[in-house]
Ligand binder design. Structure first.
Ligand code: HSE
Length: 324
């Protein structure tokens, strides 16, 4: 990225910031690579302090079971902070020390790398007195995703940064990001059955060619979902949140997928599908009570099958990252 011409006001610099950045449900079931929404939990916590010595240092990572790179040039949080400092012409003037506390599973289909990337960039921008707007931060977030998983995409970082439901269209690096309305009643029950499905592998499984008749159904569903969100038409949202293209291929990687789907729908879910590239799954509903009932029923089933899991129930998070 090239140097920005932002004016930096050092009197606005802060000594320390603590930030929460949310997990996200990419694809929103029918919108492969173009839709996504943020949730209130889980998410990442980032603590960032200014230090005398210029440069970015990654002091501590917790909650990752040793899986994330500790090299500050390879870890998305520190690498993105460095990228932003460089573009602002501050690399040799500002020192940053970072702690990353992962409060969410990695390789789960919940946008773990996006939460870290967005949290790190949001914290860097806050500590520097907010020189950049959220739209200006987005290209850095997309670069962070490229670094973390080799695939520059915005369907996780978009909602993680802006909150709510986002639509991504156009080029990977400089996409249009459209914030869609979030109907008040939407709730998500998320279950992460503990098997590892790296995004890279889950993408390799997908067929390169799809049948035109399936594509027509899918783009009708995406358009129907977007219209349903604008009209707050829950029946249209329900009919539209179906994935005929990707789910049939990817569901085989997820233990008990069909059983969980059956349970969710019988407990009153509007829809059920894969979160991002999986193995997390998501059931949507219109009431917290229903969302919790769905979650409990699926949890009970997984316990009977001896499958470990994490479960979260959340409304759509319309705020995105926030100061703690
Ligand atoms: N849209 C991506 C996929 C999500 O389904 O592979 C990865 O973040």
């Amino acid at each position: 990225m090239k140097e920005t011409n932002k004016t930096i006001d050092v009197s606005r610099f802060e000594e320390e910031v603590r930030v929460f950045a949310p997990a996200t449900v990419a694809n929103m079931i029918c919108g492969f690579d173009v839709l996504g929404f943020a949730v209130h939990e889980p998410g990442d916590e980032i603590i960032m302090r200014r230090s005398e010595k210029p440069g970015v240092r990654l002091l501590n990572i917790t909650g990752d079971e040793g899986r994330l790179p500790k090299d500050p040039n390879k870890n998305t949080v520190s690498a993105c902070a460095e990228m932003l400092l460089k573009d602002l012409g501050l690399s040799d003037k500002v020192g940053l020390e970072i702690e990353l506390h992962k409060h969410m599973p990695i390789g789960s289909g919940l946008g773990s790398s996006a939460a870290s990337t967005v949290g790190g960039l949001y914290a860097t921008n806050e500590i520097l007195g907010k020189p950049l707007t959220k739209p200006e931060l987005l290209p850095y977030c997309i670069e962070g995703e490229r670094l973390a998983c080799g695939h520059p995409h915005a369907d996780n970082v978009g909602p993680a940064l802006f909150g709510g439901i986002t639509l991504i269209r156009g080029e990977a690096i400089k996409p249009d990001l459209i914030q869609l309305p979030t109907p008040e009643k939407l709730h998500a029950s998320i279950i992460f059955p503990q098997v590892d499905v790296p995004t890279r592998d889950a993408r390799q499984l997908i067929k390169e060619k799809v049948k035109l008749k399936d594509a027509v159904v899918q783009w009708g569903n995406i358009a129907g979902l977007v219209a349903g969100l604008y009209r707050e038409d829950y029946a249209l949202i329900t009919r539209s949140m179906k994935d005929v293209l990707i789910e049939p291929t990817r569901a085989i990687l997820i233990p008990q997928f069909e059983e969980m789907k059956k349970i969710a729908l019988s407990e009153g879910a509007m829809s059920f599908g894969i979160s991002g590239s999986g193995p997390s799954v998501v059931a949507m509903s219109t009431k917290m009570e229903t969302a919790e009932k769905i979650s409990s029923a699926i949890q009970k089933h997984l316990q009977e099958q001896d499958i470990d899991f994490f479960a979260y129930v959340s409304k759509v998070n319309t705020e995105g990252p926030k100061r703690l």
